[in-house]
Each structure stands twice: as C-alpha cells, then as structure tokens.
Design a protein around this ligand. Structure first.
Ligand code: AMP
Ligand code: MG
Length: 533
C-alpha cells in the first residue's frame, strides 16, 4: 500500500508505448529509426541531483503531496536518477520543417517521456524530462540542458499557464550536479555551465512533426496508427469510425492552434522557433527555447539570433507561420484523407477563426465589448500602427488603458497622463506622434463610451485580459544570473510567485511590472537569444 500523495501512488497508463510500435533496437546510439513511433531509453545518471524549484499547482494536479515533492526520491526521479515502477521511458520519433525547410528525422534528442499519469481527477498527463541524456535522436548533440535555458523553460511554462495561454506545464527544475559544455554565442568560446533537468507535463508531446516523419517515409500504416492513437486517446469525442474523422480532427487542430496564437498576440509572446517539430497537435505552446516577450511594441521583433536576418518567426508573422505549419500537417495527413478539399477547408478555417477571434480579443483588450463592425477593426489597426512610431511598452500601455478617462471634456495632458509610463523616452510624445495619439484617444473615448461596458465593469474586464506582470526577458535573466553567480534560487521562486497572479496588482512587487531598464536593451539573454541551450 502506498501513502496517498506519495510518488509511488502515481498511477501510470502508458498508452503511447502500449499502442504504438517500438524501435526494436535498444542501442542508445544516434541513428535513423524506421517503422517505430518511439525508442525506449534510459535516463542518464547524474552526480548530485537537487530540486531548486517546483510548481505546487502541477504537483497538486498530479496528486503529489508537498512531502513527496520535498523527498530526496523526488529529485532523483525528476532528474533521471531513478525510474518508478509503472514508468516506461521513451523518446519519440518525429521530423519537422525547420525555418521553412524539411529537415528529416529530428525526434526527442534530449527529452524523455517517463510515462503517462492518470491524475486523481481522471486526466491523462505525460511526464517528460528535458535534458536527461542522449537518445537515438540526439544527432550530433549531448542530450543535456543547461541551467539558464531550464530556468527559462520552467518559469515561462508556468507564467503562460497563469496568463491563460494553452501550454505545456513544468513540474520541477533540478540541478544535476554535472557540467555541460556550451558555445553560447556560437563564436568558438565554449565554456562549462551547470546542467539542469526540467520535468514537463502535458496531455502528450505529439507534434505536427510526428505525422510528417511517417508521411515523408510513406509509412502510411504507422501514420494511421499514430492518428488513431492521438484521436482515440486525446480527442475521444471524435468517432474513429466516421469516414471524415481525420479531416474533422485536422479542423480541430486548426482551431486550437488559431486560439493559441490569438493568446500569444494578446500577451506579446514570441515563440522564436515555430518549426513544425515545435507545434503541438493539442494547440498548446511547447518547447520554450529562444522565446521572448515584446517590450516595446514592434511586430518585426524576433528574439532568436538564428532568425535575425529573415525574421521568419517575428511577432507579427506568427499567425501566418502557424497556418503554414498547419499546411504541412495537412500534407502529412493527405494519405489518410485521400481528398484535398476537406483539408483545404480546414486550412481556410484558420483565417476565419483567427481573424474573428483576434479582433474580439483586441476589442476585449481595449474594453470595447462585442465587435460592432469595420470601425472596430480600423480603430485597432490604427492603434497598432501608432504604437511602434515611438518606443511604447506593450504590457504597460494596454494595462494602463483601463485608467484612461472617457470624459470627452478632459484636457489633452490629463488624457495622456495614464499612458506616460508606457513610453521608453520621456520626451518621445511630441509633434505629429502626440497629435495623432491624442486624435486616436479621442476616437477611442467615443467608441468606448458607446460600448456595452461602463465604469468599474470595464476596468475589471480590461484588467482581467491585460496582464500587469509578464516574464520580461530581463527578469528571467536576473533570476538566471543569481542562480549561476550566487547559487541562490530565491528570485526564481519569487518570480514564479508573482507570475501566478499576473492580472492582480501586487503591492510591493511593482518592480516586476516596470519597463525594461536601459542596461538590458542589448544584453544577451535580455534582448536576443541563441538556440544554444
Ligand atoms: P529545438 O528546435 O530546440 O526544439 O530542437 C530541434 C531538435 O534538436 C530536436 O530534435 C531536439 O531534440 C534536438 N536537440 C536540441 N538540443 C539538443 C541537445 N542538447 N541534445 C540533443 N538533441 C538536441
Ligand atoms: Mg523542439
């Protein structure tokens, strides 16, 4: 008998490995894996595993007690040193389009699923370690992860969840006690960094690229088995016997992906590497690498140094790229559907769901209520053209719009006062920009007054959608600096705590809601990130 809440009380039901064909080889070496959905793997032993942060909500979701999380066994399991009864560690085979080009087999090169937990509330959640050693899919790399990228993944997963953005979760962040060699700037100056492992949690880690790999090899049996597993396990409301089940499912992936991107655009999140191997079929944000948050509103911004010249994955391009990626998924599913029309219809739904949802989301950010017509679209588009004309902090601007006076009699200075905090330069609002901003705000006042929302309702509704606290790039970097230089993790915990309530004013925590300081403008990690992780 196990104690309720203890690690050995976790109930595993590993459907992915039970239902799909395994790689017959257990050779840990890097290779091409054919006719298999995954390879069984063994996590690497670490020298001195140590839990440095965890998410209490995710532990609770899984049914783990605080005592279980505090036990040495937890750190051992979540860093890969111990495997529990019922776990069946595996690395998935997948491929993908990277930066627009087909890249062949990629796979879980440094991620290992431990198994699928059936939670006390009956949900299925897969536990996956990131950075627990090499797999057959590691290609030229070591299968490990460093502290800085692990802190970023851990914090951002939870920050996104609390913002209401569909995402993988993070249960734990462990140091391994081992050193990992990385060339952070790709300039030949490699150095050792502390190794770390994040335990990620999601219904599954199945990506567009899983389907693409089997389609590219014309392995239609395996393609169908994977589709049936995915639908039967995770989209069980669809009828596998229906002749339209695959295109119906595709339509649902389209909708979920569109909804996810609307959320990204709402909070100013830039994924940075929207390759098809980094898009989940659940429509949840996955693979936090060189992501970033818009500070000054600039639709052309990308955080990823690898993408600096083409800016394929810039903020403003995320909707188009999502649709491009969905087209690759549609191509992969074509052999199952046998007719392009329903897949084409699914793709077209993206435009409709995204455009309608995005406009309503922007109306909500501005406290305007239901969309009434073209004027709302024009109002929003004009604002988004105005914002980049001077450096304007996106988060502060929208948050403070709730404080704007709707009284048409207020003078211009009073009208502008709540927004001054959002501008990066004190004297930036002059001349034409000032005139145009005031003109826009006067139009806005009239429209907002005519809307359904009034007074306190409007303020509450706006504050519930415009976060005060987001994981600003430099804040994550400060937590990383402290962890790397002082060996203390208090700022990670404090940030996690603040980001658990992103829509609530938190007295004493104002410094986490401030604009990016000047020193952070061009510091690596704060503005631009490489894929090195
Ligand atoms: P990403 O674009 O970072 O999601 O990774 C693309 C591919 O590279 C995936 O197949 C990853 O598993 C693999 N990969 C990234 N970093 C490593 C690493 N340190 N060791 C092994 N494989 C890696
Ligand atoms: Mg990836």
């Amino acid at each position: 008998m196990s104690t309720p809440g203890a690690l050995d009380s976790l109930v595993f039901d590993n459907r992915f490995t039970a239902e799909l064909p395994a790689d017959p080889s257990t050779d840990p070496g890097t290779r091409q894996v054919h006719n298999a959905a995954y390879s069984r793997v063994v996590p690497k032993q670490t020298t001195a595993p140590r839990l440095i942060a965890h998410s209490p909500e995710v532990a609770e979701l899984l049914g783990l007690s605080p005592e279980a999380v505090a036990s040495p066994e937890f750190a051992a399991v979540m860093s890969g040193n111990a495997v529990l009864d019922g776990m069946d560690p595996y690395a998935m085979a997948y491929g993908g389009h990277q930066f627009g080009n087909w890249a062949g087999q990629l796979g879980d090169g440094r991620a290992m699923a431990l198994g699928e937990v059936v939670t006390p509330s009956g949900q299925r959640q897969t536990l996956q370690l990131k950075g627990a050693g090499p797999t057959p899919y590691s290609r030229m790399a070591d299968g490990l992860a460093v502290l800085r990228s692990s802190v970023r993944e851990f914090l951002c997963s939870e920050a996104m969840f609390h913002l209401g953005v569909p995402t993988t979760r993070a249960l734990s962040l462990c140091l391994t006690g081992d050193k990992v060699l990385r060339d952070m700037f790709y300039d030949g100056r490699a150095g050792y960094e502390p190794g770390a492992v994040v335990c990620r949690v999601a219904p599954s880690f199945i990506r567009f690229g899983n389907f693409e790999l089997f389609a590219s090899r014309e392995d239609h049996d395996l393609l169908r088995q994977l589709a049936d597993h995915t639908i039967g396990t995770h989209f069980a409301h669809l009828d596998l016997n229906s002749p339209t089940v695959y295109s119906d499912w595709f339509g649902e992936v389209v909708e979920r992906t569109a909804e996810m991107i609307i959320h990204w655009q709402r909070v100013g999140f830039v994924h940075g590497v929207m390759n098809t191997d980094n898009l989940s079929v659940h429509g949840i944000t996955i693979d936090y690498g060189p992501y970033g948050w818009l500070e000054d509103y600039d639709p052309g911004w990308t955080p990823n140094t690898t993408d600096a010249s083409h800016r394929r994955y810039r903020f403003g391009n995320q909707p188009a790229i999502a649709q491009w990626n969905l087209m690759q998924l549609a191509n992969a599913l074509f052999p199952l559907v046998g007719d392009a029309d329903p897949l084409q219809e699914g793709l077209e739904r993206f435009v409709q769901v995204f455009n309608t949802g995005w406009q309503q989301m922007m109306n909500n950010k501005l406290g305007l209520g239901p969309v009434v017509g073209e004027e709302d679209h024009d109002l929003v588009v004009d604002l988004l053209q105005l914002l980049p004309r001077v450096e304007t902090d996106m988060t502060i601007f929208f948050r403070n719009m709730a404080k704007l006076s709707l009284d048409p009699q207020v003078d211009d200075n009073t009208l502008l006062a709540p927004l001054t905090d959002a501008y990066y330069q004190d004297d930036s609002l002059e001349g034409d920009v000032r005139t145009d901003t005031i003109a826009w705000l006067r139009r806005y006042q009239a429209r907002a007054t005519a809307g359904d929302l009034a007074g306190q309702d409007r303020v509450a509704a706006m504050n519930a959608i415009n976060p005060k606290y987001v994981l600003r790039n430099y804040l994550a970097q400060l937590a990383i600096d402290e962890a790397e230089n002082e060996g203390t993790f208090d700022l990670i915990t404090e940030l996690l705590d603040v980001l658990r309530h992103p829509y609530t004013d938190q007295p004493g925590k104002e410094r986490f809601a401030e604009k990016r300081p000047e020193w952070a403008r061009s510091r690596p990690g704060c503005s631009q990130l490489s894929c090195s992780s």
